[in-house]
Write a new protein. Sequence first.
Length: 358
Amino acid sequence: AGSRVLADAPPASADAPAVARLRAAGAVLVGRTNMTEFAFSGLGLNPHYGTPLCGWDRAQARIAGGSSSGAAASVAEGMAYAALGTDTGGSLRIPAAFCGLVAFKPTASRVPRAGAYPLSPSIDAVGPIARSVDCCARMDGVLADEPPVAVAMPVRGVRLAVPVGVMTADLDAEVAAGFDRALARLSAAGALITPVRSAAIEAAARSGVQGIVACAEAWALHRRLLAARGDEYDPRVARRVRAGSDIAAVDYAEAVRHRSALGAGWAEEAARFDAYVAPTVACVPPRLAPLEQSALEDYAADLRVLRNTSIVNALDGCALSLPCHAPGEAPVGLMPFAPAGRDRALLALGRGLEAALA
């Protein structure tokens, strides 16, 4: 889990179900990849083993995103066909967006999470990072123990909602341009694009329920280990975990209840659309050096990269990230997302959107 604290832990006695299913299907598992310690950041920094970088603007040493930073870098650099990761607030989609790849965050209950080191058991989702929607759909079929989604939903007539508000505000110029260009291409292909102000999305962003649940559950998981060996943790991760100690049981219980209500309300809102689309991340990949040198820079950047993706986790939705930038441009991700349980329909739609954007 990207940590030195577990270096002396006994080896696993069996594969996690997700890994076992891939192995049984014939996957060749070539190794483990680096990541944010205990998956607790969207930036991918790791002071223990080094921080993977994205391929864009390499002279400026820009991050690959996290928490599954090494997973995305390994696929982007051609070391692997696909990679496996978990997504609690964007840990699959953020590195995919920063590395010009595709990722699929399934509904959390879709793929068994047993055997994956947890961050927030209520929210964690196991999914793939790969080069195409087809690759992700094939992986998802194996991981979910279902036939893979092999059809592409035609874009003509597809109903897409663009959430006006927090998810489309304060974008880097490159992200805004890439997103607008993607919408124009989808519209030209026949998609019916409707700007909407979603009460559930705005409420999820304001309430912070995803952060409350994740921090409280991370504290419950780490408090004893942190008390015994806290000096061996990445200080940034230790600080995030300790934030959970201030969350009262009643506030955690209320956040769990509110999160469920928000997801149900959003499912009602979303019934008239095939999916929502937003930028995966509001910014282009930040430079590594300022993040390492300043705790304030790290904190602000982490909030910004997680902003859009974590809303989907708060609503227990499913989501893709598709590259929508031109070759040579800063990497920009387009995030189609839908309520829980609409995974197969979203993958079929993703195939159609990918073809229209190509």
